[in-house]
Structures are given as structure tokens and as C-alpha cells.
Ligand binder design. Structure first.
Ligand code: PHE
Length: 417
């Protein structure tokens, strides 16, 4: 379980080795524009709404198919179960219903909400169409639930949890999938609260944040070793990640911090302080239920779904563990080509996923060399096909592989070797 997806793939701009002390980055001076209303319920996202002829549009059919699944709203789905366990923790820990919960906010959001309102710099890598799904220049599939922070504050919410499906263009393997789920939490404090506590506003927010999240992790995992590490997010300062020691290694389970004042001032008015956190649901569910492959969250296979029911997970990590059903054999295909200027691994993965759908288990770079004389770079990728439900035939895989090779030569303009 070494590389269950880090929820913060694109956010920490700071290298992992550079976390000795809590770094207070300078507060960004970007202003936060008036928030548009964010709590319009999901409804059904239509194909026409997200797949358009706009030159910016890069939403694939495969991604569109994920948009209305809403697994987190299914009380018997592992993601719906974990959602409920966390909601229950907040209701037990604080007053019942003190935190307002949202699980139906629309995943199609403006770039304003996804990036600008949470101070993501204009040149941040996450804004690139290589990393994010754009509907048009000003509209994206949210790449994190932080897209709703500013809007919900603006609507007057001061304690809330918000869960939803998020989308990021990515490479393909057992722990990375271009659609996954996050939960965002926000809690605003008033001046009277830090005065009563006899500490500064930042101290109170940080202390309460850590207390709430350590409690949540214990509620989920039982007694487990945890550590706080220094992190960077554009929207919090200071920022942290919480890691747990699980099966011999440290795993990041969430990102969080004290909300940047400019976001809070614009959303809730001046003179307050707040914490915020964001966590990846798949990562938690994979650990807690022993689910080995992230694609399983999207399967209709009864052998998977019938293993989970609302209430089957008990706080403290006790309860149902996934019993794997027999795995069908994989089918491996390699493809070598000369790399061109436009080539990116995410683009290749997106195209492969578009052709092979969930039959593609992984796409892995297995060879990379540069010809000394010509300076040309060659890559070889191995595509692993496997179905969760049946044995694949050689013919069908050959057929998929031919389509992939044709698309590499055609739309990707690559010279195959
Ligand atoms: N939005 C961050 C991510 O996707 C997580 C986060 C949320 C971090 C809120 C800090 C505060 O990685």
C-alpha cells in the first residue's frame, strides 16, 4: 500500500525533504472575488454540459461516465460508509448537527472557485490542462473540494464538511485514478473564543484543528501512531499533513492548515480565524477495508459491492475487510516510440484509458533512453490489461492495442519504433 494516492499530488510545492520546521510563507496578496453560490445541488450533469467543442475542452467520454455515479451518496458503498463514519465522528465530538454537511455540490465549477478563490497562483502547475479537466477556459471539473470553501463561507456557513467527487488527469496504476473523492472540513472561530482560551488566534485554530483531526484518525483507525509534518498549500498558512504509521510505513492521510486570512475575510467577514482540512476518501477506504485496487470503487461487480453495507465498519478500524475474489490473468503489451515535444505521460494515459477503459490496470514507463548521436529520446511503456470480472481474449486486447498504436501515431503524432 506504499503509494495510495496522495490527495495533495499537485499542491505541496515544497519538497518532501524540506520539512524541518513549520514554515510560515508570506501571506498572498491576491484578493478573493465575490463568491458565486456553490451549494446548488448536483442534479445530473449532462454530456453536452461537459463535452463541448470549445478549444479548451479536454473532458473525455470515460470521465463523463464517472460524473453521475456519486458513490459517496450510496450508504452501502465503501466511500459512502467512510463518509458516514466521519460525519458521525463530528456529530459525536461536537454537538449533533453543529457541522453542516454537504454531499451534493456540483463538480462542474468555475476556475474562479477551483483556483482563484483559494489563492492558487496563476502559474501553478495544477492549472495546466495537462493536470486538470477543462470544460472551457473558465470552467473545470473541480480538482479538489477546496473549490467550495469560499462559496460556503460566503453563504454564512462557519462549520462544515463537504464531500464530493474530484477529477485530476493522472498516470494509471492500482492506486491512481483520474476520478476520486475528497472531504473538506472548515471551522471558523470568533475573537471571543481565542480570548477565552488565553492564546492567539492562530494558536487556537492550530490546536483545535489538530485535536479534531487526531480524534478523527483515532476514531477511524483505533490506536495508531501519528505524526504532523510541515506542508505547503496556497490556501493555508501554516499548513500540515497528518501521517499515520501503518503496516510498517508512514502514510499521508490528509492535508490541512490555518486558512489564509484573505480567503476568510472575503468569505466570512474580518476579525475571524479558521482551520481547513482536505482528505482523500479512497486512500482511507483502501487502508481500512483492505481494498487493493482503486478501480474497484467504480465496479458494478456484485462480488465487490455485496461485501459492504452501511454500518459494517466499526470505529477503530474493526469490521469488514475486503475478501479478494480470484484475479483473472493480466495481459501485457509494450509500445516503444520516439518522444516528441508535445508528449506527456498524462496525455498518453488519458488516451489509453479512453480506448481501454477500466480494462487498463496500469501504464508504466519501462525504458527511457536517448540516442547519443541523434539526441532523440525513446520511451517504452508497458500497458497491463486485466479485467476484474472475466478472462480477456487475445483478440480483444490485440484490437485495443492496435487502436492505441493508431492513436499514438495519429492524434499524438508519435513515431513508433
Ligand atoms: N485541497 C487540498 C488537496 O487537494 C487539501 C487541503 C484542503 C489542504 C484544505 C489544506 C486545507 O490536496
Amino acid at each position: 500500500m506504499a503509494s495510495v494516492p496522495a490527495l495533495a499530488r499537485n499542491w505541496p510545492l515544497q519538497s518532501r525533504n524540506d520539512r524541518v520546521s513549520i514554515r510560515r510563507a508570506g501571506t498572498s496578496r491576491l484578493s478573493v472575488a465575490a463568491a458565486v453560490s456553490t451549494s446548488a445541488p448536483t442534479g445530473v450533469v449532462t454530456r453536452e454540459e461537459v463535452i463541448t467543442s470549445d478549444p479548451f475542452n479536454n473532458v473525455s467520454e470515460n470521465i463523463f461516465e464517472k460524473l453521475n455515479k456519486n458513490h459517496h451518496q450510496n450508504p452501502d458503498h465503501p466511500l459512502g460508509i467512510i463518509k458516514q463514519v466521519i460525519f458521525d465522528y463530528f456529530d459525536e465530538q461536537f454537538n449533533d448537527g453543529e457541522y453542516t454537511k454537504f454531499d451534493n455540490l456540483k463538480p462542474v465549477v468555475s476556475t474562479e472557485m477551483n483556483f482563484d478563490q483559494v489563492l492558487v497562483p496563476k502559474d501553478h502547475v495544477s492549472r495546466s490542462p495537462n493536470d486538470t479537466y477543462y470544460v472551457d477556459e473558465n470552467t473545470v471539473l473541480r480538482c479538489h473540494t477546496s473549490a467550495h470553501q469560499a462559496g460556503l463561507l460566503k453563504e454564512g456557513h462557519t462549520k462544515f464538511l463537504c464531500i464530493g467527487d474530484v477529477y485530476r488527469r493522472d498516470t494509471i496504476d492500482a492506486t491512481h485514478y483520474p476520478a476520486f473523492h475528497q472531504m473538506e472540513g472548515v471551522r471558523v472561530f470568533e475573537k471571543a473564543e481565542w480570548e477565552a482560551a488565553g492564546c492567539t488566534d492562530v494558536e487556537l485554530a492550530e490546536k483545535e484543528l489538530k485535536r479534531a483531526l487526531e480524534g478523527m484518525v483515532t476514531h477511524l483507525f483505533g490506536e495508531v501512531e501519528m505524526r504532523w509534518v510541515d506542508a505547503y498549500f496556497p490556501f493555508t498558512d501554516p499548513s500540515f499533513e497528518l501521517e499515520i504509521f501503518f503496516q510498517g510505513e508512514w502514510l499521508e492521510v490528509l492535508g490541512c492548515g490555518v486558512m489564509q486570512q484573505v480567503i476568510l475575510d472575503a468569505g466570512a467577514g474580518e476579525g475571524k480565524k479558521a482551520w481547513a482540512f482536505g482528505l482523500g476518501l479512497e486512500r482511507l477506504a483502501m487502508i481500512l477495508f483492505d481494498i487493493p485496487d482503486i478501480r474497484l470503487f467504480w465496479t458494478d461487480d456484485k462480488r465487490f459491492l455485496s461485501q459492504f453495507q452501511a454500518g459494517c465498519f466499526k470505529p477503530g478500524g474493526v469490521g469488514t475487510k475486503f475478501q479478494s475474489f480470484s484475479k483473472f490473468p493480466p495481459c501485457l503489451k509494450d509500445v516503444s516510440f520516439w518522444v516528441n515535444e508535445q508528449f506527456t505521460e498524462n496525455n498518453l494515459c488519458e488516451m489509453v484509458r479512453g480506448v481501454g477503459g477500466d480494462l487498463v490496470e496500469s501504464v508504466a514507463l519501462i525504458d527511457d533512453f536517448t540516442n547519443k548521436k541523434t539526441g532523440k529520446q525513446s520511451n517504452c511503456f508497458r500497458i497491463t490489461y486485466r479485467s476484474m470480472e472475466r478472462s480477456l481474449t487475445n483478440e480483444e486486447i490485440d484490437d485495443l492495442q492496435m487502436k492505441i498504436r493508431a492513436a499514438m501515431e495519429g492524434e499524438m503524432a508519435l513515431e513508433l519504433r
